[in-house]
Design a protein around this ligand. Structure first.
Ligand code: COA
Length: 213
């Protein structure tokens, strides 16, 4: 029943314990997208450290899921300057130019506004026209510096409706995240051993939960 909830490119917040999904997504970026995301070529080891749970503890991450796999993400970090935050987007190549980046940036702007963030910055390489075009759709100001561009976006002021929108979305998304975890566990268990009688006891109990479907 819930398969539909975890497919189709839905955007939801990543919750505690889901940083591994983000790490795998970043590692799947093709070399050009990876370079654009990090402002230069970075190794797998760099990404592994970058996406460690403690390194991401200050970040709010939203993801776009297709068939239960994280294919796009927006990372939001509050800056020490009051009322300012930084965002970085990433969409895997086959899912680029399908509106995923737009949906993620729209969501991040809503969330930033609700946290009294007035200015949202993104830093990109000067040749990264795609993200610049995307930002222009949200009336961004672009400042060109040597080799890079600082994109400045104004987050919308919080309203009762924007706060309720985030609360309702987060509640629904937490439920979806729990279903995603159950689905992923179920797949892993099936991979370990198809026969219930031969599964270790801890996996048998998890399988019962998955049998809710
Ligand atoms: C930049 C990025 C996040 C955009 O995501 P996306 O899902 O491809 O973006 P969208 O499909 O929502 O397109 C957004 C806009 O970009 C522009 N765009 C799309 N494809 C483009 C292309 N091939 N060339 C130039 N502009 C393009 C369009 O203006 C589009 O809006 P429109 O479809 O309404 O006209 C994505 O391409 C990506 O992850 N790139 C690699 C990492 C990166 O550059 N991160 C940014 C660093 S902060």
């Amino acid at each position: 029943m819930y398969e539909g909830l975890i497919s189709g490119g839905a955007v939801r917040r990543l919750w505690f314990g889901e940083t591994e999904l983000y790490r795998q997504h970043l590692l799947r970026l093709d070399p050009e997208s990876r370079r654009n995301r990090f402002g230069g070529a970075v190794s797998d080891e760099f990404i592994a450290h970058y996406a460690e749970p403690f390194a991401l503890s200050g970040a709010i991450i939203y993801g776009s899921f297709v068939d239960g796999v994280l294919r796009g993400a927006a990372e939001l970090r509050l800056l020490t300057r009051e009322g300012e935050a930084e965002a970085a987007l990433s969409v895997e190549r086959p899912w680029q130019s399908h509106g995923v980046g737009t949906a993620l940036l729209e969501r991040v702007l809503l969330v930033a506004g609700n946290r009294e963030i007035k200015r949202l910055h993104m830093i990109c390489l000067a040749e990264n026209r795609r993200v610049q075009q995307l930002a222009r759709k949200f009336d961004a100001e672009l400042a060109f510096q040597s080799g890079s561009v600082v994109v400045d976006l104004i987050a919308p002021r919080p309203t009762p409706i924007s706060l309720i929108r985030e609360l309702v979305a987060d509640g629904a998304e937490l439920a979806t995240a729990m279903l995603d975890v159950a689905s992923q566990l179920s797949k892993r268990i099936q991979h370990i051993d198809g026969s219930p009688a031969r599964r270790p006891a801890q996996y048998r109990r998890l399988t019962l939960v998955d049998n809710w479907r």
